[in-house]
Write a protein that binds this ligand. Structure first.
Ligand SMILES: Cc1cc2nc3c(=O)[nH]c(=O)nc-3n(C[C@H](O)[C@H](O)[C@H](O)COP(=O)(O)O)c2cc1C
Length: 323
């Protein structure tokens, strides 16, 4: 069986328009999970978030919407709306590490409370029509929390369990905990997705060797740093001039944000979000990033990025320090 590659949700970056343009230039991903929509302020989705999930804005790459919520009724109302749009599955965010979210017992903030998670899943499974998958970390504070959660997950007909093997308080720091993930592989009865720090083909290969039973792999930051990573993993043909492909992608993305957003600031904000990861694949990446992060106007930005794509040295990570 061949592996499935899933584009990770990266809020503020991998929204619908990004995904649409990205997959036109960079093949290899089979599907995506969308950045979360929050039901925090009630059961209605904001119109802009709703637009993100309209089927016509998601034609090129199948997407599973994601909900961040601790309120089962709000989740159910949102899931019903998603069902009306034609979705058959929804993902529940149990991983968000930010204190603003987690301290309110949402995202990874729910992980120390398996009883609450069980009551939530019990209710939503009875009252809404979609298949449910979860995206989780190993715990909020302690990686051992996952061992109280897996028996709960095992009691429900989840379509998938995505595990990012860090704790919430780790944020994105430190190494992924592969030993604990290995124990999850044995205990989880649902299709399992590994997610975290796949930054190179070599890193992917090491993981597939260690976890031969895992067939689904989610990649986020690694695919922003090296957009050809999914194609590398799938042994697809790569362009002879990768910088030309990157330049064309960058040009379309910039034009799209200029159309979609008002004023240079939000446009540059989005582009800087991408460069935060992409710059690392260029020689002198930290200098490039520093310069871009200071920019406030579009003209010098376009001139500078034009230079990078014309004369820069593209050297994506080949080994991956971790895993
Ligand atoms: C900027 C940013 C935004 C993120 N937004 C979301 C999100 O909306 N939903 C979610 O489940 N995870 C989110 N994540 C976590 C990623 O989906 C992923 O789990 C994490 O980055 C680890 O995978 P990676 O090492 O392949 O990037 C976000 C991460 C980052 C860095």
């Amino acid at each position: 069986m061949t592996s499935t590659l899933i584009l990770a949700p990266l809020r503020g970056i991998t929204e619908a328009s990004f995904r649409d343009i990205f997959v036109r230039f960079f093949p290899g991903f089979d599907r995506a999970v969308a950045p979360f929509i929050s039901t925090f302020q009630g059961s209605r989705i904001k119109p802009a978030k709703f637009k993100e999930l309209l089927p016509e804005n998601n034609r090129r790459l199948p997407v599973v919407p994601q909900i961040l919520s601790k309120n089962a009724d709000h989740f159910i109302a949102t899931a019903r709306m998603l069902a009306e749009l034609g979705y058959t599955e929804v993902n529940w965010n149990l991983g968000c590490p930010y204190p603003m979210v987690a301290n309110k017992m949402r995202g990874s903030g729910l992980l120390p409370f398996p009883d609450k998670i069980e009551a939530f899943l019990d209710k939503v499974h009875q009252e809404q029509p979609l298949a449910i998958s979860v995206k989780t970390r190993l715990g909020r504070r302690d990686a051992e929390e996952i061992f109280a959660l897996l028996p709960v997950f095992n009691r429900f007909p989840l379509s998938e369990v995505i595990i990012h093997p860090r704790t919430g308080i780790q944020m994105y720091e430190g190494t992924v905990d592969l030993d604990t993930f290995a124990r999850c592989v044995e205990l989880c009865r649902h299709p399992l997705v590994y997610n975290g720090d796949i930054t190179s083909y070599a890193a992917y290969q090491r993981l597939t060797e260690r976890f031969p039973l895992v067939k689904n792999w989610m990649i986020g930051r690694g695919a922003l740093a090296d957009p050809f990573l999914a194609a590398r993993i799938k042994h697809m043909a790569l362009p002879a001039e990768p910088l030309q492909t990157l330049a064309a992608f960058h040009g379309e993305l910039l034009a799209c944000y200029q159309k979609m957003l008002s004023g240079p600031s939000p446009v540059l904000g989005r582009m800087k979000g991408l460069w935060f990861y992409l710059a690392a694949s260029f020689a002198d990446g930290s200098k490039i990033l520093k310069k871009i992060q200071k920019m406030k106007k579009l003209e010098p930005y376009q001139e500078f990025t034009g230079e990078i794509f014309a004369h820069g040295t593209w050297q994506p990570d080949q080994q991956g320090e971790t895993p």
